[in-house]
Design a protein around this ligand. Structure first.
Ligand SMILES: *[C@@H]1O[C@H](CO)[C@@H](O)[C@H](O)[C@H]1NC(C)=O
Ligand SMILES: *[C@@H]1O[C@H](CO)[C@@H](O)[C@H](O)[C@H]1NC(C)=O
Ligand SMILES: *[C@@H]1O[C@H](CO)[C@@H](O)[C@H](O)[C@H]1NC(C)=O
Ligand SMILES: *[C@@H]1O[C@H](CO)[C@@H](O)[C@H](O)[C@H]1NC(C)=O
Ligand SMILES: *[C@@H]1O[C@H](CO)[C@@H](O)[C@H](O)[C@H]1NC(C)=O
Ligand SMILES: *[C@@H]1O[C@H](CO)[C@@H](O)[C@H](O)[C@H]1NC(C)=O
Ligand SMILES: *[C@@H]1O[C@H](CO)[C@@H](O)[C@H](O)[C@H]1NC(C)=O
Ligand SMILES: *[C@@H]1O[C@H](CO)[C@@H](O)[C@H](O)[C@H]1NC(C)=O
Ligand SMILES: *[C@@H]1O[C@H](CO)[C@@H](O)[C@H](O)[C@H]1NC(C)=O
Ligand SMILES: *[C@@H]1O[C@H](CO)[C@@H](O)[C@H](O)[C@H]1NC(C)=O
Ligand SMILES: *[C@@H]1O[C@H](CO)[C@@H](O)[C@H](O)[C@H]1NC(C)=O
Ligand SMILES: *[C@@H]1O[C@H](CO)[C@@H](O)[C@H](O)[C@H]1NC(C)=O
Ligand SMILES: [Cu+2]
Length: 588
């Protein structure tokens, strides 16, 4: 299954975290694995894509899994290591995997989005993802990048610093991954295909999960509860991942405070908070200092959505339990009889909380971890993003607003996926009829984006790219629109981190807003929530040749077309050119 460094892992996690802690404990010492002092090693994994029967909320169903696990197995490595994952597909579904947030420097063939960097791995086929982790340390995650298969195909990527480098904070006592997911009792592939067919919103999920478990606030779920057993007076590093499909989540643990130290595998200036927000696609490391004494209580940890859109969503709450456990048998009162403290979470639509929270993130920006923010811009783009509509076929009744189909667009282009991989088409000079290089760099029909919407909410579609010469300094402003209603959209960029240099509500004003940009210590990440009815300004250097998707990380919006791609050209020197594809790259 997994060669190094993880010992054999059980199919479907047991309901305590002990196994995981053990895994991380073993890794922290990395026994005998390092060959040279500071050059990375290669870590080999085998991911078997197979069906697994699993029961949640009293519903048993067959899921598409990696190695029969939910969440799937963690990838554990150090900065500088090469990761080689052999993926073998034993199911009828076409599959690809994406290593979310990994820079993929000169390894664009391993990025994973179906029909962008590769054709899918079909039934019976194998593909080896091969990439090096460069300049990143913290937590990321992997997930399927085709249709909605990531509802069950996901797992953590844990990146330790290089061997001779320590954290920029005191070494934690233990490390614990916490992955949020989303569960449907029905088959999520049926949910998305039905939604695309009817043109309406998708059926909402039945639960959110913590490390695969919905927790005690759902019916028929008490035994499926994630429990974190801690000692008093210790510091735990929680590695949080939002792998939910269509929802931002807020998270809190009753009676405890977090110190946030990292975002999307980049260290940040630490700050403390009781409550966190993660959009789908975001990861963050936080320190949890336990109480100095053994309290006579247990504590609920809970997550539920922050939601701003018009379409219905699952507003339920997933929960786990934080339990203090003395190393010896101390308790005269059974844990079961201790009172349970519950956290207070912000209101579901508390944009004020989210705005304040988001503003607390700043790069370390020190000599060891500099913030290489583009100070000047070679190419500035303004992208409107939002939900609009497309026509209902004549012989059909559609379930979107006013009988139309939902469609989502960037600058009025709803991105149509080709039936062959874009990167191959580009690399072999066969782009004719596959894509065009004329993605609009400004809104084709300017309007008052956050005022009253135009009468016509129809959007166009096409497979269009923005071409960027190597090392272009790019600024892109993402402007939410009110076409069918404003909404916060979590935007994710493949192949790069970006700096969030500015944000605001209403319409972006190019004459006033840049004066307030932070070009000193803006947060650097791969996914950011665009404020509902507002805008966000991002900068990055296009220093990685390849074709890179940028999209909303709500899968329903991506499915409706809220995505586009950048084509970054080769530079002049050999180490600025994308190598040819691996021989086992799947074919369409
Ligand atoms: C799942 O359960 C069904 C019905 O009990 C059974 O036929 C099938 O073999 C099981 N699949 C797996 C992968 O265990
Ligand atoms: C991974 O890529 C490196 C660099 O191209 C190559 O040397 C190595 O053989 C590859 N490994 C596998 C298992 O494909
Ligand atoms: C780690 O080791 C490498 C090479 O041995 C050296 O270049 C680097 O400065 C070291 N880093 C620290 C933080 O000691
Ligand atoms: C979605 O919900 C509707 C209404 O409850 C139901 O009829 C339909 O079967 C559901 N679709 C899926 C794929 O679960
Ligand atoms: C649990 O089941 C009861 C009775 O069927 C229902 O009223 C309640 O809404 C359910 N709660 C949840 C969280 O689903
Ligand atoms: C949030 O929701 C509450 C209850 O539904 C509503 O009263 C309030 O106006 C909403 N606030 C915002 C900012 O939309
Ligand atoms: C957000 O910050 C503003 C200004 O500091 C403050 O007035 C507001 O109460 C804060 N909102 C929340 C929900 O904390
Ligand atoms: C509508 O017409 C198309 C083309 O003739 C056909 O493929 C499709 O099945 C029809 N849809 C319905 C709902 O009848
Ligand atoms: C856009 O619409 C908003 C809300 O109606 C309004 O306050 C603003 O003045 C409008 N802006 C322009 C430039 O018309
Ligand atoms: C939009 O529709 C309304 C009502 O049908 C009409 O009064 C208005 O003139 C239309 N606006 C535009 C810009 O076409
Ligand atoms: C895509 O655009 C073409 C015209 O360019 C149109 O015929 C087709 O209906 C559109 N498809 C969708 C799903 O909107
Ligand atoms: C799987 O992918 C291949 C290549 O793109 C395609 O021809 C085939 O229709 C796909 N199969 C399914 C079940 O989607
Ligand atoms: Cu979105």
């Amino acid at each position: 299954m997994v060669a190094s460094p993880i010992p054999g892992s059980a199919p479907v996690f047991s309901s305590t975290i002990r196994a995981l802690l053990l895994v991380l404990g073993v890794l922290l010492q990395l026994p005998g694995l390092v060959l040279a002092k500071n050059t990375g090693i290669t870590r080999h994994y085998t991911f078997e894509i197979k069906l697994q029967n699993i029961t949640r909320l009293c519903h048993t169903k067959s899921i598409v899994s990696v190695n029969g696990m939910l969440p799937g197995p963690p990838i554990i490595a150090r900065e500088g290591d090469r990761v080689v994952v052999k993926v073998v597909n034993h199911v009828q579904n076409n599959v690809t995997l994406h290593w979310h947030g990994i820079r993929q420097l000169l390894s664009g063939w391993a990025d994973g989005p179906a029909y962008v960097t590769q054709c899918p791995i079909q039934y019976g086929q194998t593909y080896v993802y091969n990439f090096t982790i460069t300049g990143q340390r913290g937590t990321l995650f992997w997930h399927a990048h085709i249709s909605w298969l990531r509802t069950t195909l996901y797992g953590s990527i844990i990146i330790f610093p290089k061997r001779n480098v320590s954290y920029p904070f005191a070494k934690p006592y233990k490390e614990v991954p916490i992955i949020f997911g989303e569960w449907w009792n029905s088959d999520p592939e049926d949910v998305i295909s039905q939604a695309l067919q009817t043109g309406g919103g998708p059926n909402i999920s039945d639960a959110y999960t913590i490390n695969g478990f919905p927790g005690p606030l759902y019916n028929c779920s008490t035994k499926d509860t994630f429990k974190l057993k801690v000692k008093a007076g210790k510091t735990y590093l929680l590695r949080l991942i939002n792998a939910a499909v269509n929802d931002d989540l807020v998270f809190s643990i009753a009676g405890h405070t977090f110190t946030v130290v990292d975002a999307d595998a980049v260290y940040i200036k630490p700050f403390s908070t009781d409550t966190l927000l993660l959009t789908p696609g975001q990861t963050t490391n936080v320190l949890l200092k336990t109480k100095s004494y053994y309290p006579s209580a247990t504590f609920l940890m809970a997550a539920r959505p922050y939601a701003t859109g018009l379409s219905p969503f699952d507003s339920s709450t997933t929960a786990g339990i934080l339990e203090y456990k003395k190393p010896y048998n101390y308790s005269s009162v059974s844990i079961k009889h201790l009172p349970l403290c519950k956290p207070t979470l912000p209101a579901i639509n508390d944009t004020s909380f989210v705005t304040n929270f988001t503003k607390k993130f700043h790069s370390l920006a020190n000599p060891q971890y500099p913030a290489n923010v583009p100070q000047t811009v070679d190419k500035g783009l303004l992208f409107t993003i939002g939900i609009g509509s497309s026509p209902c076929p004549r012989n059909q009744t559609c379930q979107g607003p006013n009988g139309i189909k939902f469609a989502a667009a960037i600058n009025n282009v709803s991105f149509a996926m080709p039936t062959t991989a874009l990167l191959e088409a580009h690399f072999f000079g066969k782009s004719n009829g596959i894509y065009t290089a004329d993605f609009p760099t400004n809104p084709p029909f300017p309007f008052n984006y956050t005022g009253s919407p135009p009468n016509n909410t129809m959007v166009n579609n096409g497979t269009k790219l923005v071409v960027l010469p190597f090392n272009t300094s790019v600024e892109v402003v993402l402007q939410d629109t009110n076409l069918l209603g404003v909404e916060s959209h979590p935007f994710h960029l493949h192949g790069f981190n970006f700096f969030v240099v500015g944000q605001g509500f209403g319409n972006y004003d190019p004459s006033k807003d840049p004066a307030n940009f932070n070009l000193v210590d803006p947060v650097e990440r791969n996914t950011v929530g665009v404020p509902p009815g507002g805008w966000i300004a991002l900068r990055f250097f296009a220093d990685n040749p390849g074709i890179w998707l940028m999209h909303c990380h709500f899968d329903i919006h991506t499915s409706w077309g809220l995505r586009m791609a950048w084509l970054v050209l080769d530079g002049k020197t050999p180490n600025q050119k994308l190598p040819p594809p691996p021989l086992d790259l799947p074919k369409c």
